[in-house]
Design a protein. Structure first.
Length: 276
């Protein structure tokens, strides 16, 4: 009986050691994420048992990996609350404020800072860098390769580009120099908005000229309402939503810069094909 127990314990010990070796000696073991953009990367690359806590928004509708976040504790992005968990790595995009890294420096907790990519190329770079810092370089390379494969499929689609206008409940649209514009280009579409950056909807132009389709973003969110001052309430804007083909872009696809942007690109490309 004793020999049986000892043998079983030996097997468990060997199994545990094998798992540690597979994960890598340098992989972080106690990870805390401070905002929902960081949550996506942590959920994608960290082993579930190594995640101490996610942000309070991890299971919200605008969180792409909300299903995977189920059952994982959350923590407010405050230095005292985070340090109480004794993490050995903190991951953030904007959570915790600009000085959170200073608070983490004294106890020696490294902070992985995720950027705000403005192009698909920059997204690829963030995936590779953050995946590597989370101890999963091979998985990061594989994910970028999958992104490339999906983009190539879209690039091989024939046909002239259709014009698309981005619209939000706040009456905002996006032109060249924004990540949204990059998504349109990747989908083989032409941006109806001819002014760079973020701007109000071009209502005067829409009164006499129309795009082929509307990319409507964040209209599904309960926290984004069309208020009385929004250009989206104007009859011209409402006519576009009522009379033109509309592709609904889920907030979880576009609210952060990550591999999941490809879901939006594919939805846009399909909608563009359907208008031909």
């Amino acid at each position: 009986m004793v020999r049986t127990i000892l043998a079983a314990l030996a097997c468990l010990l060997l199994s545990a050691c094998s798992q540690v070796a597979e994960r890598g000696a340098d992989a972080p073991r106690r990870i805390v994420s401070l905002d929902y953009c960081a949550d996506q990367y942590v959920l994608k690359f960290a082993d579930r048992e190594d995640i101490l806590a996610l942000s309070p928004d991890a299971r919200k509708r605008f969180s792409y990996m909300r299903a995977e976040a189920a059952g994982i504790p959350t923590v407010r992005p405050r230095a005292a609350d985070v340090l109480a968990l004794q993490p050995d790595m903190v991951v953030r995009t904007y959570g915790g404020g600009h000085d959170i890294a200073d608070f983490m420096q004294e106890p020696g907790v490294p902070v992985v800072q995720i950027g705000f990519p403005q192009s698909i190329t920059e997204v690829r770079g963030e995936v590779l860098r953050v995946g590597t810092e989370l101890g999963k370089p091979d998985e990061a390379v594989a994910l970028v390769a999958e992104m490339e494969r999906r983009l190539k499929v879209l690039a091989d689609r024939p046909g002239p580009p259709r014009e698309v206008l981005y619209m939000t409940p706040a009456g905002v649209t996006a032109g060249e120099g924004t990540l949204v514009h990059e998504l349109f280009v990747a989908a083989g579409l032409r941006n109806f908005q001819d002014r760079p950056g973020w701007n109000p909807l071009p209502l005067e132009r829409l009164a006499y000229e129309r795009p082929d389709l509307i990319a409507a973003a964040f209209f599904e969110s309960k926290t984004n309402h069309v208020d009385n001052w929004s250009a989206a309430r104007h009859p011209v804007a409402r006519a576009q939503l009522r009379e033109l083909p509309v592709v609904a872009l889920e907030g979880s696809w576009t609210s952060c810069g990550g591999w999941f942007l490809l879901d939006a690109v594919e939805a846009l490309a399909t909608a563009g094909e359907n208008t031909r």
